[in-house]
Design a protein. Structure first.
Lengths: 299, 299
């Protein structure tokens, strides 16, 4: 087993890793004692490792924990069926209550159908769909906090993409904590904001977690692979670079941008169709959903 | 001869290229009629192409033009000797007055000596030295404007490096125009801020310019090659990306940062030793110079 260049034995690695997650949770005030926390679990290593780490932290910090898995309806490689199975097994092994919500039952279409009719890259569609559905379900179930398994590597990659496209609106969103925008809507947190994927994988393996090893069949079309390998190479040459990039963004760049944008940042208002936070009259998910249902002849 | 994917004949390419440079010069108010403009010419394709394009623009816009070459004292591959020769030939062919200033005569040490005694990467040393010396000489000769051959590719690469290191002070400096910070100090401009190197090279070749083809012997140690190849790959996949990245920075990101930083940006004051703009009591060049001269036993 790789030791991730850390001169630590298994037990010390686990406690080092979990202490780092706890530090991130406390540093950014992600979770308060008594909070009801819902963890988005895809069945992959990052989200199952997050569920495991938060399970152990929940006892020390005193918050409630449950897991939610979206059945996206991806047929290729039985991807969604396998994901749900893995997530269910993981939650059971950790003794965490587990919700499974079918996108098709809830919104009337599968991701496969959306990919077919919407003229948009699959990963962008899926991102919008998951972000919306997780918040939607977490609100309905009355959770205070929605935790996702976004890693330091994910954040660095999104940051890089936003810097290249110079899209300030995306840039200011890449925060460890997104506060609740409307009453009843949970705040979203990323407890792995300061954790590298290589350490998360090591942790998942040491803890004996069983996770999906196959990637999503759509991911092959993602253009972010180049970003990933570039950042991995720079990190290999200058260890700590990803951390410096993300930490510098949170500490220096984002605050300056936010203060500079001032009143140009519009607060969210409730979507007139679904009530979730929106920048316009109808939120982007509801607009997308109408388009998809019309194209499928279901509306 | 490559046609840079533009469906243009040579004559139309030249006028398209020069119009773009003129648009950049006017868009960012780099040069006003009557200005005395000094072009920094290293002898490479970018700076000689800049001298050529500005030579032709100077007639239409009515500004004065001269060229300045620094003899840095790099012995490897007779690099500095060749550079000065190329620059001299280019300026002569274009009928532009040409100044050559020896770093050793002016400041008491060569770049080779500086590299030997200063514990700093050669490219960073050279950057500081050139930036300082060009401004210093341009001020002494009474020029209003100092023009450098920084390209769109250069700016994109510096931007990327500054985003990764999250160094806000470097980030806000990557402007097309740096206004004069103190009376008598020229403003610095980058007329190739919106021009790609592949187009500059094509222009230099069509115009029959003779330029240095060998790179600097120190450049092999530069870590920016990875940045260069990453950006080139992304540009190849998404043509226009470098332009979008740099334009988005100038239009959106930098203004927000500047307004957000507010009073945290300290105006420059004259260095107590040399009088050029400095952030502290003594400027970083004068501090470096003292250190180098002491280490060389010359002070």
């Amino acid at each position: 087993m790789r030791q991730a260049n850390l001169p630590l034995c298994k037990e010390h690695f686990v406690s080092w890793f979990e202490r780092r997650v706890e530090r991130t949770v406390r540093r950014y005030k992600m979770i308060a004692p008594g909070d009801k926390v819902l963890v988005a679990v895809s069945g992959g290593k990052d989200s199952l490792a997050l569920l495991c780490a938060l399970r152990r932290l929940s006892e020390r910090m005193g918050f409630e924990l449950a897991a939610l898995t979206l059945d996206l309806g991806i047929k290729g490689n039985s991807y969604s069926d396998e994901s749900v199975k893995m997530a269910r097994g993981g939650a059971k092994a950790l003794g965490v209550e587990h919700y499974v919500v079918s996108i098709e039952e809830r919104y009337g279409f599968t991701l496969d159908e959306a990919v077919e009719v919407a003229r948009r890259p699959p990963c962008s569609l899926c991102g919008l769909l998951k972000r919306y559905a997780l918040t939607d379900v977490a609100r309905e179930l009355g959770f205070d906090v929605l935790a996702t398994g976004h890693t330091l590597d994910d954040v660095a990659r999104f940051l890089l993409a936003s810097y290249l496209s110079a899209s300030i609106q995306e840039l200011i969103r890449l925060t460890p904590v997104s506060p609740s925008e409307l009453p009843g809507v949970p705040r979203r947190v990323k407890p792995f904001y300061e954790s590298l994927e290589e350490h998360i994988e090591l942790y998942a393996n040491i803890m004996g977690l069983k996770y999906m090893r196959d990637g999503c069949p759509y991911a092959r079309t993602a253009p972010t692979d180049r970003f990933r390998s570039f950042l991995d190479q720079v990190e290999a040459e200058s260890p700590g670079m990803k951390h410096m990039m993300v930490r510098g963004y949170v500490k220096h760049i984002r605050p300056a941008l936010i203060s500079g944008l001032g009143t140009k940042i519009k607060p969210a208002r409730p979507c007139s169709k679904c009530g979730l936070p929106s920048s316009g009259e109808v939120c982007s998910f509801c607009r997308l959903r109408s388009r998809i249902l019309r194209a499928l002849g279901k509306a």
